[in-house]
Design a protein around this ligand. Sequence first.
Ligand SMILES: *Cc1c(COP(=O)(O)O)cnc(C)c1O
Length: 405
Amino acid sequence: MTTASTTAAASATTGTRTPGFTTTAVHAGQEPDPLTGAVIPPIYQTSTFAQDEINVLRAGHEYSRGSNPTRSGFEQQLAALEGGRRGFAFASGIAAEDALLRAVLRPGDHIVLGADGYGGTNRLITKVLAPWEIGSTPVDITDLDAVAAAVRPGSTRVLWLETPSNPLLGIADVAAWAQFAHDAGALLVVDNTFASPYLQTPLALGADAVVHSTTKYIGGHSDVLGGAVVVGDAAWRDAPLTDAVGFQQFAAGAVAGPQDSYLAARGLKTLSLRMERHQASAQTIAEWLLERPEVAHVLYPGLPGHPGHELAAAQMRGFGGMVSFRLAGGEAAARTVAESTELYSLSVSLGGVESLVCYPSEMTHASVKGTPLAVPADLVRLSVGIEDVEDQLADLERALAAATA
Ligand SMILES: *Cc1c(COP(=O)(O)O)cnc(C)c1O
């Protein structure tokens, strides 16, 4: 397998100063093209690479399933921002999760799975991996006693955590989860899709691997599907975890293509700017919703009344752009609000510049309806976009009025 230069060292030089987040986002893995000087590295839309002699490769690339310069550049950029040793880009977030889990697990192994998480992750574990004898136990991510009790020493190999969680925006203590994992000889994986590396770097809090749906904040424009795994220094079965994940990426092959890698890399350059706007507007909207009589409960970690507010303030650098709320008028009101917005598009997914509204119980979380993982029927989730917040508030006001009419 070829190993192109995808190590995480930030390549931007700023003298003796360590480059900041946005400098790294713009420059790591994104050097001008050495051949032409093109400031933006070309999209290497090629499947294979000419060899000068048998197995003599010009820049380490042999075949684009193994490595491709556009993908490698994005992997290096993301790994630098997560503070990881290596990044691996995949065709979707789920493909990234699948590759990581198959790199780590063997039949008979067990996963402790944060309950309030992406429905597709639960489906992957309970429907795709379970027939290969992978067991799992869902736990309330905020209940550390429950986490400790769910760990089965000797068979639990992975603790899987999403924080902030989806769609209830619970906050879990990443360092405490890492301690439980390591005490049991297991790995902690954090799905960092909601926070993005701008607001949270789980590897620095003790996690062993981070996964992303780059479809969301990293791509940032709702125009590309992708996923990534970023791995730190962890060893697994006596070898670096990076080797096991890299082998899965190459040998099972669900890689990100060059065009998609380019779009994800372009999005990632402006992550900090977008995220600042997303979260400033999310805070305004959450505070506004608190005052509305139609709203029974607002779930946003930036509100001082949120049970995870202080923990989020300590382990994150901001509270993010996702806001959920429950309607006083129950399920009917929630459905009406979700169907009545105009600026907010009724859609699954999140993290793009445009605002989206979702009714999780029947949309993102339809696959867990009727199970202990089901989400409340009176819940509406917002992905707060970067449009003028006054326009967003006017849209939400109209939709809330429709629900009481
Ligand atoms: C969307 C999402 C995924 C899955 O990613 P895809 O790119 O849709 O495959 C995983 N985790 C979270 C938190 C997500 O929001």
